[in-house]
Write a protein that binds this ligand. Structure first.
Ligand SMILES: [Zn+2]
Length: 369
């Protein structure tokens, strides 16, 4: 694990230097490490958003009133793993300060990823089955912690737990050994048996607003102010997503290429426009290109309606956007609707080429040029 972290970080340094960002920016490295699945090293203060929830966890530890089971619910990338890890580290920290101290023996082994009393419960399959619950929890839960007061089980993708797995876990949740703490990380509560839900404290992790993400990206010096707004918009409430996109060269290239074509589209003949459906077959397995087109029209509509740069998300493309904002708002809105429809069709397994041709035709036929 330690080797993995070192190896990963050195490759990340290269990436950072290559893209002109400061390799000294430790916070950024920690964030990226997290989004890539390596256990990152955090304090509560460094976590953005969800202040009340964090305060609740902090106080529970200070007053020694923690529950034996928590269910952290939030969409992918919302920060479940980050918050659960920080909470686990704090629970085990022997310094008893306002934050995990980072220097006691427990904190240090936690940071190495090899804490003997933290068990990450995972599954190689799409579901967390009864076999995993037996082997990773039930067979070890009666063994006392090796060194510390608590023994913490972190169940990843807990919403994929089968009914049998939940039933197998239930007895332990009902009568856990006093040192055991279970942190269930899930994207939804729907998949859980009521009996499991009633044995856990459910904590909802909220996504951040676009403004908060944008502010974060600028404050950490990761992107320019112009770029921050659109990366925040594409991130859809998750700093993790925004950070992944910033590092994703494929996404950046896709965006540049798509936006160039979008700005040229009004001047193209219909046959020329339809050729784009063929050209964009390279994005057959990556529907993000439609989000890019969708955000393009969003900005063009806003530019047309409000005529103010302030409201445009993609400020780096403002010249192109204002140049494209020369059609009536309702016409532009119809084009935007065609993009949404195309995405829905593709998600429902519609034929890729045909769906795009229909979309491009609707965009052209609604045009005034
Ligand atoms: Zn500590």
């Amino acid at each position: 694990m330690e080797f993995l972290q070192i190896k990963f970080r050195s490759s990340l340094f290269k990436g950072l230097q290559g893209s002109g960002r400061s390799p000294e920016n430790l916070s950024f490295i920690k964030e990226i490490a997290l989004t890539k699945g390596v256990d990152a090293l955090y304090t509560f203060q460094e976590i953005w958003g969800n202040e009340r929830l964090l305060q609740h966890l902090r106080m529970a530890v200070k007053k020694q009133k923690t529950s034996h089971a928590y269910l952290f619910v939030g969409s992918a990338g919302a920060g479940k793993r980050l918050i659960a890890n920080t909470f686990a580290k704090y629970l085990l920290c022997t310094a008893r300060q306002d934050e995990p101290c980072g220097t006691c023996e427990s904190c240090r082994v936690f940071d190495s990823g090899n804490h003997p009393d933290v068990i990450h419960v995972t599954s190689p399959k799409k579901t967390l089955g009864v076999d995993e619950i037996r082997a990773q929890i039930l067979e070890t839960v009666d063994i006392k912690p090796y060194h510390y007061e608590k023994k913490i089980y972190i169940l990843h993708q807990a919403h994929t737990m089968t009914v049998q797995a939940q039933n197998a876990l239930l007895k332990t949740l009902e009568e856990p050994p006093k040192y055991a703490v279970f942190l269930l990380l899930a994207e939804t509560t729907n998949a859980f048996l009521p009996t499991v839900l009633s044995r856990t404290v459910t904590l909802k992790i909220s996504p951040l607003s676009e403004e908060e993400i944008s502010r974060y990206l600028i404050e950490k010096g990761l992107v320019s102010g112009e770029e921050a707004t659109f990366f925040a918009a594409y991130g859809q409430g998750c700093i993790g997503h925004a950070l992944e996109l910033i590092e994703d060269e494929t996404f950046r290239q896709m965006r540049e290429s798509i936006l160039e074509k979008m700005s040229q589209l009004p001047a193209m003949s219909l046959p020329e426009a339809l050729l784009l459906a063929k050209e964009w077959e390279i994005y057959k397995n990556d529907y993000r290109f439609l989000d890019i087109i969708g955000l393009w029209y969003r900005d063009v509509v806003v530019a047309k309606a409000l005529r103010q740069e302030h409201f445009i998300i993609q400020k780096d493309k403002k010249e192109l956007i204002f140049a494209a904002a020369n059609e009536p708002t309702e016409v532009l809105a119809k084009k935007a609707a065609a993009v949404v429809k195309a995405k829905e069709r593709l998600i429902q397994n519609g034929n890729f080429r045909l769906t795009l041709e229909v979309m491009l035709m609707e965009i052209k036929e609604n045009g005034t040029q």
